[in-house]
Design a protein around this ligand. Structure first.
Ligand SMILES: C=C(O[C@@H]1C=C(C(=O)O)C=C[C@H]1O)C(=O)O
Ligand SMILES: [Mg+2]
Length: 459
């Protein structure tokens, strides 16, 4: 199969090399089943410096990308979504796809939470917006795998083909097991006193009427004896967090990784969807306690209020761009291994926006991650929150050449940098919030990543 792949691509490259407009040539073929995490692990040995992993909560779509043949990025904070959409359209016109399977070419990436917030060095390589077109993409849809190779026509294409060749030689081999997780050296809360003071200040501002809700986050830096292997972390997340979006986005050794339960938006043709997620309580130790906590959450006024800000905003937005919007009248419970949330799924039909990136622009940040009203909440976060969110709590996902795609918010996540993992978690502050309970809620939200990193709880 690999030989056929190479031959077909070389032929196309040859054909296009003679033309004036130099496009990207993309070839897709069905591929034998391979464990997506094993595939992800092949990246560094083949010389790819970028890689990503994505799987939706039902596991019906898994995407693994290696390398980048085209990077679209911007640090223009005012117009980043429109700029990325324009770049996406331009790129779509330059990719010529061939192969046995029709696969619209795809870009993967994300956005920072707030491009107007001052940036620290922590998030270098993660600009205001970045989308990459992978050199090799493994797609597993409903259990069926296919491989897409994309190369630029010309000299760069020849070099890319060398890496791709190495990968094709290895792709069907099983990768070695990932490295064992390293030992924890230190576990430091960044500015917890300042965080509690910020929560108190936010509650004061809300009670004074200057805003309704604000999401405040904190960070914890775990240091290990060696760099944690993203593949090892993904394997554990896959086992431990089965109903979440699993994502990893790695560039030059820095990797944003996590298991997010929260969809921001998806669009497939004229249909789009989103999930309002806000309001939380831990899981119970016994089925009885768990049910009691769930019933409490569904009735609790403070959590219902926190949730309703999100529902109102997403419903209003969907109504402005769709012919019809469907939504249950009461929030449901979403039970995850460590935590349960109030959850309202929203479906929009007859969507008038041609690209999911436009929907991302309209929705981000929802009151689940920013607050309400949006601009006041963002101003409060800038002045009160003692950390650089970078891409935490921001949109991460994919978009294809037809404008369809799926995006989650990068919560329940960590940034792996060298020997460190920086974990983030936030919570929605409203008038009735209690700072200590909010602190406890963020601790529960960090547990999935701590556990995936092999760290026992001691917070
Ligand atoms: C901000 C986070 O989670 C968000 C906040 C929630 C809340 O405060 O109840 C619930 C779900 C998420 O929308 C996070 O996990 O970091
Ligand atoms: Mg909450």
């Amino acid at each position: 199969m690999a030989i056929g792949f190479r031959h077909q691509l070389q032929q196309q490259l040859h054909k296009w090399a003679a033309r004036a407009a130099r496009p990207f040539v993309s070839w897709t073929e069905p591929w034998e089943h391979i464990d997506p995490v094993s595939f992800f692990m092949q990246g560094p040995a083949c010389g790819f410096r970028e890689r990503f992993f994505w799987s939706n909560p039902s596991g019906t779509t898994v995407l693994v990308g290696l390398g980048s043949v085209c990077t679209l990025e911007t640090d223009n904070g005012d117009d980043r979504f429109a700029e990325m959409e324009a770049k996406r359209q331009e790129w779509s016109e330059r990719v010529v796809s061939y192969g046995e399977v029709h696969q619209p070419p795809l870009l993967f990436g994300g956005f920072s939470f707030d491009p107007h917030r001052e940036r620290t060095g922590l998030w270098s390589r993660f600009p205001a917006a970045k989308l990459i077109a992978p050199a090799v993409l493994l797609t597993v849809r409903n259990g069926r795998a296919q491989l897409t190779v994309t190369v630029p026509v010309g000299g760069k294409g020849e070099r890319e083909m060398e890496r791709v060749g190495r990968l094709l030689d290895r792709a069907s081999l099983r990768a070695d097991a990932p490295a064992a997780l390293p030992t924890l050296v230190s576990d430091v809360e960044e500015a917890s006193d300042r965080w509690l003071a910020a929560v108190r200040e936010a509650i004061g501002q809300i009670r004074a009427g200057s805003l309704d809700k604000v999401v405040l986050a904190r960070a914890r830096r775990l240091r290990f004896t060696e760099p944690p292997d993203p593949a090892a972390v993904l394997l554990r997340l896959r086992e431990q967090q089965p109903f979440a979006y699993l994502f990893a986005f790695e560039q030059d050794g820095r990797c944003l990784i996590g298991a997010s339960p929260e969809q921001l938006v998806e669009k497939a043709g004229l249909t789009c969807g989103s999930v309002c997620l806000a309001g939380s309580v831990r899981r119970g130790a016994t089925p009885n306690e768990d049910e009691r906590l769930g019933a409490w959450l569904q009735a609790d006024v403070k959590n219902r209020e926190e949730h309703q800000f999100v529902v109102r905003m997403i419903h209003r937005l969907f109504s402005s761009v769709c012919e019809a919007v469907e939504m249950p009248a009461r929030p449901q419970l979403l039970k995850l291994p460590h935590i349960q949330h109030l959850c309202t799924p929203v479906v929009g039909r007859g969507c008038r926006e041609p690209s999911v990136l436009r929907l991302v622009e309209l929705l981000h940040p929802t009151p689940a991650l920013g607050g309400s009203p949006r601009e006041r909440a963002l101003a409060a976060i800038r002045s009160l929150e003692p950390l650089d969110r970078g891409w935490y709590a921001a949109p991460i996902g994919w978009v294809n050449s037809e404008g369809d795609g799926e995006w989650a918010v990068a919560i329940r996540s960590a940034l792996l940098v060298g020997n460190d993992a920086v974990l983030f978690a936030g919570c929605g502050i409203v008038a009735d919030s209690d700072p200590d309970s909010e602190y406890e809620e963020t601790a529960v939200k960090m547990r999935p990543m701590r556990s995936a990193l092999g760290v026992m709880d001691n917070d």
